[in-house]
Design a protein around this ligand. Structure first.
Ligand code: NDP
Length: 479
């Protein structure tokens, strides 16, 4: 028999995805890797999977039933282009090439356009959940054509994570929509992680509790509205003792956070789209700051509070931090969905926001009950202009904003950096402000650059003759 699906690239992600596919009823999986050792290793270790191995692209194409469908799981970038070129060479019109790697969505748009000209379908699919997800059920965000989704949909539904009975996969939109949404997912993940880290830091310094005690607090939070995979694993990490020293593991890990770039992509894209994803940006920048040991050492003696502070009611403070975390998290997700809305508009994608929240409920790193509330908000109002204004979320910030302010004040006074908490609050206050000092900025811009301004009381565009008699003219007169 022939294979109904193939996987190219058998490093950790590809081999786990191939095993996941093979374990589902009705699938026969063809496998190919640039170097044959990885193929042989997978065959040896998993004879039960019934893989059909190929040594080259010709054999791979011959092993696949038509329309041929292959998922690429190779190193993103040039490796992906190299594999696409080979597949285009051996595939035929109507066949489907899926890139499941972490491609930049603009690369996916370019590749889709080029591959489509050959009559072959190209689908960029964001796959979230790491190795574990690839093996047991990831959250999958496919783009590409509706035609390709017809064939691909049932296969991807069979391997995706399941949340409340629903597979965590949906056709996100055309060409790069899937990789775009995966990128935003990762951006939100950065913000969520940074917020949790700030919450931990504030509790530890504010109350003197040990990491193990704080693990208990996170485990408790995980039973409430903050319930999520990230809160759950945070408790696990905080509870871990270093076998070598007997110290809490978190105290022996070097405090310089790494990044593989998808958070930065989100921020760069949001800048281009003009969407303030300040929570995500602060999270990306917080990792950058942490990874500047020379600057940190040089600044270590600069004045400021030493980060300790006295909390008379530890329980009340912990509850304040919990509420600040929830409020800030709402802002991070609200900003992430703003970026999805703006991207959909810019690139012509018909993205169902509620469906995106729904497929993030399982398999991926930001999976959480909370996402149901987002799905409900967009179901109630598909044209919702800002997630934070939806009734459920507006209620949540109404309930939590006093605590949020207390926490940001306490952090500032104690000299504890809380960039994501405080910028989320500033964003919230900016959004709800009746008047913003943007009026003054417009005045400044008009002064030095004759950039003009609009008035609150009259139609039109105006300019003040700053270097003349300072009278106001209608802007058309100045050009
Ligand atoms: P790697 O990113 O380490 O890539 C290794 C694989 O790529 C090997 O199979 C390698 O073949 C192949 N490869 C590299 N260059 C070429 C080339 N020029 N031509 C052909 N094949 C090439 O593998 P991972 O399994 O870690 O990740 C695969 C993809 O999944 C990546 O895009 C990555 O970003 C993404 N990923 C996603 C995660 C998630 O949570 N969603 C987590 C981790 C990764 P060879 O064996 O011959 O060297």
């Amino acid at each position: 028999g022939k294979a109904n699906i193939g996987v190219v690239g058998l490093a950790v992600m590809g081999s786990n995805l191939a095993r996941n596919l093979a374990s589902r009823e009705g699938n026969t999986v063809a496998i190919l890797n640039r170097s044959y050792e990885k193929t042989q290793k997978l065959l040896d270790e998993h004879p039960e999977a019934g893989f059909l191995p190929a040594r080259d692209y010709e054999e791979f194409a011959a092993t696949l039933a038509k329309p041929r469908t292959a998922i690429i799981m190779v190193k993103a970038g040039r490796g992906t282009d190299a594999v696409i070129d080979e597949l285009v060479r051996v595939f035929e019109p109507g066949d489907i090439i899926v890139d499941g790697g972490n491609a930049l969505f603009t690369d996916t748009i370019r590749r889709e356009k080029a591959v489509r000209e050959t009559g072959i379908n190209f689908v960029g699919a964001g796959i979230s959940g790491g190795e574990e997800g690839a093996l047991n059920g990831p959250s999958i965000m496919p783009g590409g054509s509706a035609e390709a989704w017809q064939t691909l949909g049932p296969i991807l539904r069979s391997i995706a994570a399941v949340a409340e009975g629903e597979p965590c996969v949906t056709h996100v939109g055309t060409d790069g929509a899937g990789h775009f949404v995966k990128m935003i997912h990762n951006g939100i993940e950065y913000a969520d992680m940074q917020l949790i880290a700030e919450a931990y830091d504030l509790i530890r310094r504010g109350t003197g509790k040990s990491p193990a005690e704080i693990a208990d607090i996170f485990a408790e939070w995980n039973r409430g509205e903050l319930e999520s995979y990230l809160i759950e694993i945070t408790a696990e990490v905080l509870r871990q003792t270093d076998p070598a020293t007997g110290e809490p593991l978190v105290d022996v890990i070097l405090d310089q956070a790494g990044a593989k770039g998808t958070g930065a992509w989100t921020v760069q894209t949001a800048l281009d789209l003009g969407v303030p994803v300040s929570g995500i940006a602060e999270a990306v920048f917080a990792r950058s700051l942490s990874s500047k040991p020379a600057q940190r050492a040089a600044a270590a003696e600069l004045p400021g509070p030493d980060g300790t502070f006295d909390i008379h009611d530890a329980d009340a403070f912990v509850e304040d931090v919990r509420q600040a975390l929830y409020a800030s998290k709402i802002i991070a997700y609200s900003q992430g969905f703003d970026a999805i809305v703006a991207g959909a508009e810019q690139y012509g994608w018909d993205i169902k926001k509620g469906d995106i929240a729904a497929i993030w409920r399982g398999g991926c790193i930001i999976r959480a009950q909370f996402l149901n509330r987002i799905t409900e908000a967009y179901a109630a109002d598909p044209g919702l202009v800002a997630l934070v204004t939806a009734p459920y979320f507006a209620d949540a910030v109404t309930r939590t904003q006093q605590a949020w302010r207390r926490v940001v004040v306490a952090a500032a006074e104690a000299g504890i950096p809380s960039p994501a908490f405080s910028s989320s609050l500033a964003y919230y206050d900016g959004l709800r402000a009746d008047r913003l000092p943007a009026a003054l900025v417009q005045g400044q811009r008009d002064f030095f650059g004759a950039h003009t301004y609009k008035r609150i009381d009259r139609e039109g565009t105006f300019h003040t003759l700053w270097s003349g008699d300072r009278s106001e003219v209608s802007a058309v007169d100045t050009h």
